[in-house]
Write a protein that binds this ligand. Structure first.
Ligand SMILES: Nc1ncnc2c1ncn2[C@@H]1O[C@H](COP(=O)(O)OP(=O)(O)OP(=O)(O)O)[C@@H](O)[C@H]1O
Length: 274
């Protein structure tokens, strides 16, 4: 994904919100965007998401994009299931796949019993779950989360944390804004700050090898891609030893347990640090 010389203002004569922004991000990144209120974080995500057009410069984002806006319009004339099905179709899924993924995320967020409720009658928290679900079901190449955790209960926040990590580990690029400075702190691969219309690298999050790791011994066939991109060592008895940073271990274990066919997990142990 690449932004080149991007500027944005909302109308002729209006102040520039962003100017001369260059950004080059690779798949697999989990990127935090920070900045003061009104600095232009949402504007940046909207440009990447194709929701707003750049005033100057070019925005090149390959693949499928999914976006959770800061504010979800609650007055949409759909129930949750119909809305997710439609969004799934817009994301390019077949009707059957859209239905399968909609049901999966409604269930994961614990609102399957409200799938037929009109969105305007759902609580704010449930509505936010639907807003998040529509983006997750896309399994997008670029996932944009604009304060998507706000309004979610703790369980749903954790689920979204894991889903974001999984998307990045699965080769997606995730950009997120959140007021909690610790949001995905252990998992983020880079941070950028929007300031005075410019985008400034706030430093890559160091992975100096000193982070705790987890070792998982499995048997059975493994997919090519796994959350956390674990190091793999073939064992003499045909099993495989997977070694991942601990922050990816939940996502990895879930993926192993829910894979088709599910892998057989023989042991899970703390690994080396440093
Ligand atoms: N559709 C719009 N029309 C006019 N001005 C807008 C529009 N959207 C945003 N702005 C203005 O652009 C500036 C940046 O807004 P933006 O929402 O991108 O900032 P932000 O960093 O995400 O802010 P916050 O942290 O408060 O959500 C603000 O001054 C805002 O008023």
């Amino acid at each position: 994904m690449r932004l080149s010389g991007v500027g944005k203002r909302y109308g002729r004569g209006a102040p520039w919100i962003l100017r001369g922004v260059d950004l080059d991000l690779r798949p697999g990144g989990l990127v935090r965007v920070e900045g003061a209120n009104g600095s232009g974080k949402s504007t940046l995500l909207k440009l990447v998401g194709g929701v707003e057009a750049a005033t100057t410069g070019t925005v090149a984002v390959p693949g499928r994009r999914a976006y959770v806006p800061e504010r979800f319009p609650p007055a949409l004339p759909f129930d949750a299931r119909t809305y997710l099905l439609r969004l799934g179709r817009i994301h390019g899924l077949s009707a059957a796949e859209a239905a399968r993924r909609s049901a999966y995320w409604l269930d994961r967020f614990g609102i399957a019993d409200r799938s037929g409720t009109p969105l305007r009658r759902l609580s704010k928290g449930s509505c936010q779950k639907v807003a998040v679900a529509q983006a997750l079901l896309a399994e997008a190449d670029v996932l944009l989360l604009d304060e998507a955790w706000t309004g979610l209960d703790q369980e749903a926040r954790t689920l979204l944390d894991e889903a974001a990590v999984e998307r990045a580990a699965g080769g997606g690029l995730v950009l997120f804004v959140d007021h909690d400075p610790d949001r995905l702190a252990g998992a983020a691969t880079a941070r950028y700050a929007v300031r005075d219309g410019g985008l400034h690298a706030a430093g890559p999050v160091p992975d100096d090898g000193s982070a705790p790791r987890v070792r998982i011994e499995v048997t059975g066939p493994l997919p090519e891609r796994l959350p956390g991109d674990p190091a793999r060592t073939a064992l003499a008895d045909g099993g495989t030893l997977l070694d991942v940073p601990a922050r990816h271990s939940d996502a990895l274990l879930r993926s192993l347990l829910t894979g088709q066919p599910a892998a057989h997990i023989r042991s899970v142990r703390p690994g080396r640090s440093g």
